[in-house]
Design a protein around this ligand. Structure first.
Ligand code: BYC
Length: 319
């Protein structure tokens, strides 16, 4: 027997049509369990990256060379804390519990971006993090403003506005250093050499080795594949490197007129795997620092909960 149109309006169909029409899925809408799990995984990982990402730069706040640089860096690191909080809130709309996500981060059961497991060795690293790391983050995050899950997409709009300030402050710092002494230019070149390949790895494994891309694209959680975004980042960054007067450490990097894009070398995927699995230069230090900060913040969480309970009791008594 042929089914009528009314009979096929199942929650699954409503979900699929919402995705097809490029509309947003909202927290109270029905969603497949796999969609919810994918989002909790990606959004939590994204939130953890913002919070762990405060550490490499935070290490330079007390050593910034001027009051202006210190104020800029402090504001940037504070923004990152804010980004982490928007994203944990977005994960909570999917039923995740923030305390549980933090427990998973500090016990190594959830990931964060590989990029934050590299050390910041000199102040030019602060400029290069802004230029390359935030530049890569923008490339990845601007399309996420159109992600199919409403709270994630809306968090991204706000985050991207702040990221573009982050990127520009990094580029401006590098321009200043490149106009300085030979020693300063050497610091910039050294930092660019160290951060270039890890920045390309931020986009994830190549498409052929990315188990999640196909389904995430079908659900419009991701709007581009890892390789598409990596290419976009290279094409965007090469002219910026020229304007800065630095060369990127890739002998295979050249313009391909036929493709209308740059050819570039293969990142060391074995290194990415090693860093993701916990064996990068700073993994242990980053997670340990986060664990200590979490433990030291216990009394603040207790005090805030006690205050909220007292306020609620007072409001109830006067209602
Ligand atoms: N690092 O199937 P794939 C910032 C994992 S912070 C670590 O391609 P997917 C900033 C991947 O999660 C912004 N892990 O996965 C902050 C997956 O793991 P599981 C950070 C990686 O999800 C402070 C497995 O490998 N941005 O801007 O389709 C200061 C297979 O990969 C990495 C985001 O978080 C990696 N690089 O695509 C300055 C963006 N790559 O759980 C700046 C949001 C892959 O399946 N996330 N993995 O075992 C995304 O866009 C996507 O999740 C990814 C990966 C493109 C990263």
């Amino acid at each position: 027997m042929a089914s009528s149109a009314a009979e096929v309006t199942t929650p699954e169909r409503v979900f699929e049509e919402t995705i097809e029409r490029d509309q947003r899925i909202e927290p109270r809408d029905w969603m497949p369990e796999g969609y919810r799990k994918t989002l909790v995984r990606q959004v939590a990982q994204h939130a953890h990256s913002e919070i762990i990402g405060m550490q490499p730069e935070g290490a330079w706040i007390a050593r910034a060379p001027s009051l202006r640089r210190k104020a800029i860096l402090l504001a940037k690191v504070q923004d990152e804390a804010g980004h982490g909080l928007y994203l944990y809130s977005a994960a909570e709309t999917l039923g995740a519990d923030r305390a549980d996500l933090t427990a998973k981060l500090i016990s190594g059961r959830q990931k964060y971006s590989s990029i934050f497991n590299y050390p910041t060795l000199n102040f030019a690293d602060i400029g290069v993090i802004g230029w390359l790391v935030d530049g890569a983050a923008i490339c990845n995050q601007v399309p996420l403003c159109r992600s199919s899950y409403g709270p994630y997409a809306r968090a991204m709009v706000r985050i991207c506005k702040e990221e573009s300030f982050h990127q520009r402050q990094g580029y401006e710092l590098l321009l200043t250093m490149m106009r300085g002494t030979e020693a300063q230019r050497d610091m910039v070149r050294d930092a660019v050499d160290r951060w270039w390949w890890p920045s390309l790895m931020m986009f994830g494994p190549p498409d052929g080795d990315s188990p999640n891309t196909r389904q995430s694209m079908a659900w419009k959680v991701k709007r581009h594949t890892n390789d598409e975004l990596r290419q976009k980042f290279v094409d965007m960054t090469v002219p910026q490197a020229d304007a800065l007067g630095v060369s990127l450490p890739d002998p295979e990097l050249r313009w391909n007129a036929d493709r209308g894009a740059h050819d570039f070398g293969e990142p060391d995927w074995a290194e990415l795997k090693r860093v993701i699995s916990g064996d990068g230069a700073c993994n242990a230090e980053r997670v340990e620092r986060r664990r200590t900060a979490h433990e030291q913040g216990e009394w603040v969480r207790e005090a805030a909960a006690a205050h909220a309970a007292k306020r609620a009791a007072r409001q109830e008594a006067t209602a």
